[in-house]
Design a protein around this ligand. Sequence first.
Ligand SMILES: [Zn+2]
Length: 202
Amino acid sequence: MIIFGSRTAYIGSKISSNSISCNHCQTKGQITYSIFRSHAHIFWIPVFPIRKKAVSECQHCKHTLSFKEMSAEMKKECHTVKQETKGPIWQFSGLFLFIALFIAAGFAGRNDKENETQYLLTPLAGDIYDYKTEDSQYSTMRIIHVSKDSVYMQLNDYEIGRSSKIYKIDKEENYSKKAYGYSKEEIKTMYDQKIIIDIDRE
Ligand SMILES: [Zn+2]
C-alpha cells in the first residue's frame, strides 16, 4: 500500500515574447512555457508542494524542450513565468487538515485540564482518581464520600505498570471496601505534584 508519494499537477502556461524563436522551425513568438508543480501526498491527500518544473512547446512544430535544454534567453523568460505562476491552494489541503486536527486536539486537551481542575475543586462521590504509586506503578482510587474538608476514598487493590493501561484495573471488584480519608488540601498537593495524574467523572 502506498502511504506517501508525490504527484505532479499542471498549474499554468504563458506564451513567449516575440524575440524568442524555435530552435527547430525558427518560428518566432510561438513558444509556450508550461509550468507543473509536484506535491507530496499522504494517502492521496496533497500535503505540500515540493517543486516546480517547466517545459516549452513550439505551437508551430510541436517541438518540446525541458528547462535545461532551453537557450539562456528562453531560460530567463521561463524562469519568470515559473515564478509568476502560483500553484493552487489545494496542494496544501493535507497541511491545513493536519493544522486543523492539531488545533482541535489542543482544545480538547485544554478542556480536559479545565474539567480536571473543576473536579478537583468540587469532588463528588464516584470520581475516579488515577495516581502513581511510590514504586512507579499506577492505580486508582474512588471517592465514596465527601465532607466539608475531606474526601473518603476506596483504594484499588491492583496496580499496573503503564498509565495508559489503567482502565484495565478500574473494575468494581478491585476496590477495597475500606475507606481512607484525605483532606482536600492533601488531594490538591498530590495533584500539583503529579501523583494524581488524571481525574475521571462519569
Ligand atoms: Zn517550432
